[in-house]
Design a protein around this ligand. Structure first.
Ligand SMILES: *[C@@H]1O[C@H](CO)[C@@H](O)[C@H](O)[C@H]1NC(C)=O
Ligand SMILES: *[C@@H]1O[C@H](CO)[C@@H](O)[C@H](O)[C@H]1NC(C)=O
Ligand SMILES: *[C@@H]1O[C@H](CO)[C@@H](O)[C@H](O)[C@H]1NC(C)=O
Ligand SMILES: *[C@@H]1O[C@H](CO)[C@@H](O)[C@H](O)[C@H]1NC(C)=O
Ligand SMILES: *[C@@H]1O[C@H](CO)[C@@H](O)[C@H](O)[C@H]1NC(C)=O
Ligand SMILES: *[C@@H]1O[C@H](CO)[C@@H](O)[C@H](O)[C@H]1NC(C)=O
Ligand SMILES: *[C@@H]1O[C@H](CO)[C@@H](O)[C@H](O)[C@H]1NC(C)=O
Ligand SMILES: *[C@@H]1O[C@H](CO)[C@@H](O)[C@H](O)[C@H]1NC(C)=O
Ligand SMILES: *[C@@H]1O[C@H](CO)[C@@H](O)[C@H](O)[C@H]1NC(C)=O
Ligand SMILES: *[C@@H]1O[C@H](CO)[C@@H](O)[C@H](O)[C@H]1NC(C)=O
Length: 641
């Protein structure tokens, strides 16, 4: 969206010149200033909402924006843009502004006739009697009414907003007809996702003359794609229809959508098996058919760059893929592929991202060097039945996921030659031998959990280490925790649990400012965990597990005094539990149930990592508030002190 105006806070210094400059208004370049009327309207609007209730469970970015709308003296109007020439309010972003109660039909908001942009998303009003008044805001070009609990039909007032370009009504409970939208001749972006719309997708909607992006995911749409065989030309470039109940034997009706580039038909909840056969589909660049039981598939779209076929019950490698010379991304996870990965896959000229996870593949056709031929930078082989040594990959690879297979032998030294920073997950395999030190020069993320690795952790971490996550738990690693880890100032997650490390308590870890999780559990650590010479502080720590070791000594009352900010902000009455033997169950939250790594794209996200440590395993002290998505919680486990 173009923002021709700018926030008033940047121009407040001009206000004092208002009266002076009005004398010279014809001779000077006009100076930006907020119009006094407009400030009055804004303050009146603010007073309509004396109570601001932020619900960060529903929307974590909630912020009491109108609170900053104070007197005329302080011109810091959060979320408001004034036109630089007229001083009129043209943009109002009240997304997640914690407005509650009712927005009434006589609200001052509807006196802001010059609004071109209005965002009321993520506010939860009691009543929607204001909807007809939207028709007064005839200058609106962008309107966001998403996630507001709107129920019933699409407000008919929208049909008067004939300058509308972008309209977002997603995340509501809307039903019924699309007719208020079909005369909006300038509409180019429309989101109706996550509502209760049912029935067919009518041609009148698909052929709105300027419509180029349409989101209709997560509704109850039914019917076949045949009903989308429209006479007039559609300008759609992106069509998102995932999570509905559409069915079809053919994508062909959609191939008349001459400009269509992105098509998402994933997860159509129909009982009929779906066969997708597509004929020439010249413009198509991205196609997602995941989650449909596909029995017959043939796609000939010469410009296709991304193809997702996850959970499609495919049991043979689809050979039509060979004929997609521009394909960059192929996702074919959670199917029933078995046997060898065909050799031709590695010679596909454009392929850079490949996911084959959750199949039953066990080997690679051709020589062990066959994978070297490809220029992949992202490869996911996890949860298959691969045996033998890891294939030799090309130096372009940045992301390698091979967990939960039966790979064996040494971790190949060839992985030390990667051109870029490396994310490597070889967990849950049968790798043996020691961890090659040269690996660490480029690693950002390393997971070697649950293998058969021996030897020491290399003590070679230098100051330019990029390492954020290190998990070598459940191996047979001996020796000490390498002191040079203090050089890895980016480290957030360290798990060396269930090995044979014999060392004293690593007081020196306190030098790692970003550390959030430390697991030393079930090793041969020994000695005191308190030392007056080594006061501990961990500004970001969430989890520490030192159980199952041979630590000795006692804990002073103020042991945690300098720890995590989170802990320090805990109310006094709860602090007394910390450091004693009382063991509570970690609260069970939806997030804590998720397996880890839940989404491979998110492996660098500490939350997934930290929570993954939890389910079923971690019983410790949970302190602080528990929120669904952001959890200021600290777990500390110190059994058998
Ligand atoms: C002006 O508003 C801003 C934002 O709410 C606030 O930080 C600042 O302290 C206020 N200044 C005065 C003088 O009220
Ligand atoms: C707006 O209407 C409500 C009733 O719907 C009324 O209580 C309120 O006083 C009215 N406010 C103004 C400013 O007219
Ligand atoms: C759309 O425009 C046509 C012709 O201009 C008119 O007949 C029809 O009533 C309009 N529909 C809506 C829903 O406004
Ligand atoms: C699929 O449809 C059935 C009813 O036909 C419904 O009970 C079920 O919740 C739907 N599943 C999803 C994932 O939407
Ligand atoms: C594959 O299935 C697993 C287990 O059901 C699930 O956790 C994962 O998200 C799925 N992945 C994809 C890409 O569908
Ligand atoms: C690499 O690909 C070329 C064709 O692109 C093929 O001739 C060659 O045999 C391949 N090399 C390996 C090791 O498979
Ligand atoms: C490991 O792979 C097996 C077989 O492919 C699969 O059933 C299982 O869910 C996978 N485990 C995890 C944690 O992904
Ligand atoms: C680990 O290696 C030992 C021999 O070094 C072998 O006996 C054992 O079976 C291996 N375990 C696994 C899980 O591969
Ligand atoms: C940290 O790295 C530097 C080189 O960058 C090295 O000289 C130093 O010994 C390392 N620190 C530790 C504690 O090993
Ligand atoms: C807390 O920090 C202060 C200042 O660094 C230090 O003097 C004190 O010993 C620390 N307390 C504990 C229990 O580590």
């Amino acid at each position: 969206m173009a923002k021709p105006c700018f926030p008033v806070s940047t121009i407040s210094s001009f206000l004092c010149c208002l009266f002076v400059s009005s004398f010279f208004v014809n001779s000077l370049v006009s100076l930006p200033f907020p119009h006094p009327d407009q400030i009055e309207i804004l303050l009146a609007f603010k007073n309509e909402f004396p109570i601001l209730k932020c619900d960060i469970r529903k929307w974590s970015d909630s912020r009491q924006k109108t609170k900053s709308w104070t007197s005329k003296v302080n011109k810091s109007f959060d979320g408001v843009w004034f036109d630089s020439e007229t001083g009129l309010v043209t943009e109002l972003d009240l997304s997640g502004a914690c407005l509650s109660g009712s927005l009434s039909a006589n609200s001052s908001l509807f006196r802001l006739h010059h609004l071109r942009y209005l965002d009321l998303s993520y506010n939860y009003f009691d009543s929607f009697s204001f909807l007809p008044e939207l028709a007064k805001l005839t200058n609106l070009e962008i309107l966001d009414l998403s996630h507001m609990g709107l129920a019933g039909e699409i407000p008919s007032s929208v049909s008067s907003l004939n300058r509308l370009r972008d309209l977002d009504l997603s995340g509501n409970e809307l039903i019924g007809s699309f007719s208020p939208l079909i005369n909006l001749s300038r509409l180019s972006y429309l989101s109706l996702s996550n509502n209760h719309f049912s029935g067919n997708v009518p041609c009148s909607l698909l052929t709105i003359p300027s419509l180029s992006i349409l989101y209709m995911s997560q509704n109850h749409l039914i019917g076949t794609l045949e009903t989308m065989n429209c006479y007039s030309r559609s300008m759609l470039e992106s069509l998102y229809l995932s999570n509905n109940r559409l069915s079809s034997g053919s994508l062909e009706p959609l191939s008349k959508f001459f400009y269509l580039k992105d098509l998402d038909l994933s997860f159509q909840n129909t009982t009929d098996p779906v066969n997708f056969v597509s004929l020439g589909f010249k413009s198509l660049e991205s196609l997602d058919l995941s989650g449909n039981a596909i029995s017959r598939l043939n796609i000939r779209s010469p410009n296709l760059k991304e193809l997702a076929l996850n959970e499609c019950s495919i049991n043979e490698f689809p050979t039509f893929i060979k004929n997609l010379p521009k394909l960059k991304t192929l996702r074919i996870a959670n199917n029933s592929l078995k046997g060898e990965v065909p050799k031709w896959l590695w010679s596909m000229p454009s392929l850079i991202q490949l996911s084959l996870s959750h199949n039953s593949l066990d080997s690679f056709e051709g020589s062990p060097k066959v994978v070297l031929n490809s220029s992949l930078y992202w490869l996911d082989l996890s949860s298959n039945a691969f045996r033998g040594s890891l294939p030799i990959v090309s130096p372009t690879l940045n992301y390698m996921f091979a967990s939960n297979n039966s790979f064996s032998g040494d971790i190949p030294l060839s992985l030390c030659n990667q051109n870029n920073k490396l994310v490597l997950d070889l967990s849950q395999n049968h790798f043996s031998g020691s961890i090659p030190g040269c690996l660490f020069t480029s690693l950002v993320y390393l997971n070697l959990r649950n293998n058969n690795l021996t030897g020491n952790l290399p003590n070679i971490f230098d100051k330019i280490s990029y390492l954020i996550t290190l998990d070598v738990s459940h191996n047979q690693i001996t020796g000490k925790l390498p002191r040079s880890l203090t050089n890895c100032t980016n480290l957030e997650f360290v798990n060396v649990g269930s090995n044979r490390i014999a060392d004293s308590f690593p007081f020196w870890l306190k030098d790692l400012p970003n550390l959030q999780v430390i697991v030393l559990q079930s090793n041969m650590f020994h000695g005191p965990i308190y030392s007056p010479q080594h006061p501990l502080s961990f500004p970001q720590l969430r989890i520490m597990d030192i159980s199952g070791n041979k630590f000795t000594g006692s804990l002073p009352h103020d042991y945690f005094i300098n720890w995590s900010k989170l802990l320090i902000s805990i109310p006094q009455e709860k602090r007394e539990y910390v450091g004693y033997d009382s063991i509570d169950k970690v609260p069970s939250t939806p997030e804590a149930q998720e397996p880890w790594p839940q989404k491979q794209e998110q492996v660098l996200n500490w939350k997934a990592a930290a929570m993954g440590y939890g389910p079923g395993v971690l019983f410790g002290l949970a302190i602080g508030q528990v929120f669904y998505s952001y959890k200021p919680v600290l777990f500390f486990k110190l059994f058998r002190l």
